[in-house]
Design a protein around this ligand. Sequence first.
Ligand code: AMP
Ligand code: MG
Length: 320
Amino acid sequence: MQSRIVPANSEWIAEAGQMLRGGALVAFPTETVYGLGADATNGEAVARIFEAKGRPVFNPLIVHVLGLEQALIIGSLSALARRLTEAFWPGPLTLVASRTANTDISPLVSAGLPTVALRAPDHPVARELLAAAHRPLAAPSANRSGHVSATRAEHVAADIGGKAALILDGGSTMHGLESTVLSVIDDAPVLLRPGAITAEAIEDVIGGRLARREEAVGHLTSPGQLASHYAPNARLRLNAYDWQPDEAVLAFGPVAEKRAHAFINLSESGDLIEAAANLFAALRALDASGAASIAATPVPPTGLGEAINDRLRRAAAPRG
Ligand code: AMP
Ligand code: MG
């Protein structure tokens, strides 16, 4: 199937909004590069993004919102973070903040982290689409993993053609450079990725020097902050074909259920998209069951299974 490239006029944007609400992927222009968007509250739609991009791991995705009001429902923004939104939103500044307790953003968007990356794009098509979708949109760059970002609709079609239900053609994007990513989890912001908004412009607003990622490694990996990956408290046992009654079970596919401390099947039908959508919430729930060990049955290593297995291996790795 080829993706349909359509003009980014009001009719097609309204249609695209409907499609997003139905769980489809839509590529759209932003002021940086083209994004591949999905309803951020729909785990399966988000899982399809990873599949479409062929991402070998679940990197957390940026959530696009219309502005501060919508952002506050999703992330906890400090007074300083709000000042930054006043200065740079809408625009190419992405803020990484703690997820709010009640957010309905899929855990897969955050790759299981307790944080979420938020940005309000400054492109008329992106904004009209957000309004039409009535949803926050998870959207990484609309290119295959490892390829250069797409700055034209034809680039998107060439790279991920067939994976997006629709590609909204809004011409060439302006910056052609990704957004600046800034952690505002703590009082002192940290530059995680340089981008279209310069560090100097941010320093002017915060009235001091901005810490760079390299300088903040200890700070970012300290417990409760930006963990490099989600690891449950319980021990995770991989490729388990059997389990003890006191173990929790993370199953995949047609696994016969027998006595266990807790049992969650990521996808009884063996659907990797469904499994990816459920992965982080399932790990959390099994961990909360209080079992000392989680036995995970095998997940095939193909397609999204590669990313699922990568995450499971990391979660099972000895803790540093
Ligand atoms: P892209 O996929 O090209 O849109 O890039 C998204 C960038 O945002 C990547 O560098 C991610 O690592 C970063 N990012 C997204 N969410 C988070 C988060 N919760 N914590 C830290 N970085 C994040
Ligand atoms: Mg990218």
